[in-house]
Design a protein around this ligand. Structure first.
Ligand code: C2G
Length: 130
């Protein structure tokens, strides 16, 4: 059983997120999504989410590629998450390329996947504000 993990806010869920989750799941058999809490988003990522953590969690749990959703509460939990969930592969979009290479020290593969162009939560908000 190959276990994969990825992290994110996933607010205003869109096809770029789905493309990422589909490709992440294709790297194994079980996908853990670590979802940024409202507090983490606000305090550490300066992101004000449209949907709450619970609402974003419900959306992610409905996706066929997602096997488990757990909270992301800080930047430091990745090392322990990898051991606690017996992760083989850590995956992020390539806007994060290089930022998490240190996780290879924990014995897991680190994979950066190309982002889906032209779509982002910020873009959606800007377009709707036109
Ligand atoms: N993503 C993508 N293509 C897009 C938009 C997003 O592939 N057009 C990917 C991002 O690269 C990321 C995931 O979808 O891997 C979730 O994106 P966000 O919700 O924006 O996550 P982010 O704020 O980057 O949080 O500790 C890591 C952070 O929690 C990552």
């Amino acid at each position: 059983m190959k276990r994969v993990i990825t992290y994110g806010t996933f607010d205003l869920l869109h096809y770029g997120h789905i493309n990422l989750l589909r490709r992440a799941k294709a790297l194994g058999d079980y996908l853990v999504v670590v979802l940024s809490t409202d507090e983490f988003n606000w305090n550490q990522k300066q992101k004000k989410c449209y949907f709450s953590y619970e609402e974003r969690k419900v959306l992610l749990e409905a996706i066929r590629y997602v096997d488990l959703v757990i909270p992301e509460e800080n930047w430091e939990q990745k090392r322990s998450d990898i051991h606690e969930y017996h992760i083989d592969t850590f995956v992020m979009g390539d806007d994060w390329v290089g930022k998490f290479d240190y996780l290879e020290e924990e014995g897991c593969n680190v994979v950066y996947l190309p982002r889906t162009p032209e779509i982002s939560t910020t873009q959606i908000k800007n377009d709707l504000n036109q």
